[in-house]
Design a binder for this molecule. Structure first.
Ligand code: ZN
Length: 370
């Protein structure tokens, strides 16, 4: 406890909210997670991806001296942006162009919706894929489903999987019975990249240096009003879009670990739909062997808070304010693996992605209030 209080009392004198202050990145060596809670509660630090060895910590200048002072072991992480051999991925612009090309190729199935622009003016482009209104279930009766990837710019696999999924769904409509069923009954919305600036610069943050998955309203913190004003443009765009729709089920994709994470992230209290959330998480991992056979997480799933607390995450915001059930899917232990491995990740995850979209037909309309 004393240690915790000391950690809380040390400030770097800068507010992370102001951006551009996460200049240092380390991996803390802490198998017993002795410092995990205190560090994750520190207002100027971000903790991510705990394992049986340790976890990532992001912070301002002075982070390493701070850890050294408290005799917390760590290793430096070489920023992705300085590494070589990473340029074989499509650019953020290529990604939007690919969405546009697919829309031109399948105009009766794909509609593009630009929900806003990033700090540096890059397009935030959703693709909506559903059967033509003349086919399948009446359009207004098809529930809405949503995938968002790449909100952390350096976690790139999800973005590529989303492009492959759009193409897979569109090209197999009317040919593959399962996919035809999905598109006849569901409106599938996919945002391949919520942080194209971060992806361009190969950093976690947006171009203001803000972590987009720590900056949504959070019912457990003082930032507990569902208001998009004074938030980052990428967050505003997602919040406004969400308010205009009635999504029943969704997921957001990350990298740096391999696990399906279900709510809550921010609260120790169990979610009112806890057993349902576990069931749909297991339905995903059961058909994705590398997740199911995880040595770190039983059957490749975890309650968010049990793993580590995240405040201001999109997942909890989505359910708390919009009753849109959202999972956080960590796809790859390596955040930016060689591009040649992306096809393997897609093939491995495809059964889980389809299973999860199909679940939209069964999602309960929660009656529980809390
Ligand atoms: Zn992430």
């Amino acid at each position: 406890m004393t240690k915790t209080l000391i950690l809380f009392s040390v400030m770097f004198g800068m507010s992370a909210q102001a951006g551009f202050h996460y200049t240092q990145e380390v991996k803390v060596i802490d198998p017993a997670h002795r410092y995990l809670r205190a560090l994750s509660k520190h207002p100027e630090l971000i903790v991510d991806h705990p394992t049986h060895l340790g976890y990532e910590v992001y912070g301002p200048n002075g982070l390493q001296a701070f850890l050294t002072k408290y005799k917390i072991k760590f290793v430096n992480v070489e920023p992705l942006a300085t590494k070589r051999l990473l340029d074989n991925y499509p650019s953020a612009e290529d990604t939007v162009k690919k969405e546009q090309d697919l829309q031109k190729q399948y105009p009766s199935l794909i509609t593009l919706i630009e929900i806003g622009k990033s700090v540096e003016g890059r397009s935030l482009m959703f693709a909506r894929i559903t059967a033509p209104a003349t086919k399948g279930r009446a359009l207004a009766a098809r529930p809405e489903f949503k995938f968002i990837a790449n909100m952390h710019g350096d976690e790139i696999v999800g973005r590529e999987l989303m492009i492959k999924l759009i193409e897979d769904l569109a090209s197999n409509y009317g040919k593959d019975q399962r996919i035809t069923q999905i598109l006849d009954n569901t409106q599938v919305y996919i945002l391949p990249s919520m942080n194209p600036d971060g992806a361009t610069h190969k950093v976690r943050y947006n171009a203001h240096g803000v972590d987009l998955n720590r900056s949504f309203p959070d019912f457990t913190t003082s930032d507990n009003v569902n208001d998009w004003h004074n938030r980052e443009p990428e967050i505003q765009a997602v919040m406004k879009f969400q308010a205009q729709h009635n999504f029943k089920l969704s997921a957001n994709f990350h990298g740096g670990s391999e696990v399906v994470n279900y709510p809550w992230d921010t609260d120790q209290k169990r979610h009112p739909l806890d057993s349902y959330l576990q069931q749909i998480s297991l339905n995903y991992t059961r058909v994705v062997p590398y997740l199911w056979n995880s040595t770190e997480f039983k059957n490749g799933i975890t309650n968010g808070y049990d793993w580590y607390e995240v405040d201001g995450g999109m997942q909890d915001w989505s359910y708390y304010w919009h009753k849109d059930i959202q999972l956080t899917i960590e796809l790859s232990g390596t955040k930016w693996p060689d591009y040649s491995t992306v096809a393997n990740y897609y093939q491995a995850n495809r059964p889980g992605l389809l299973e999860y979209i199909e679940e939209t037909q069964h999602t309960p309309t929660p009656k529980i209030r809390y």
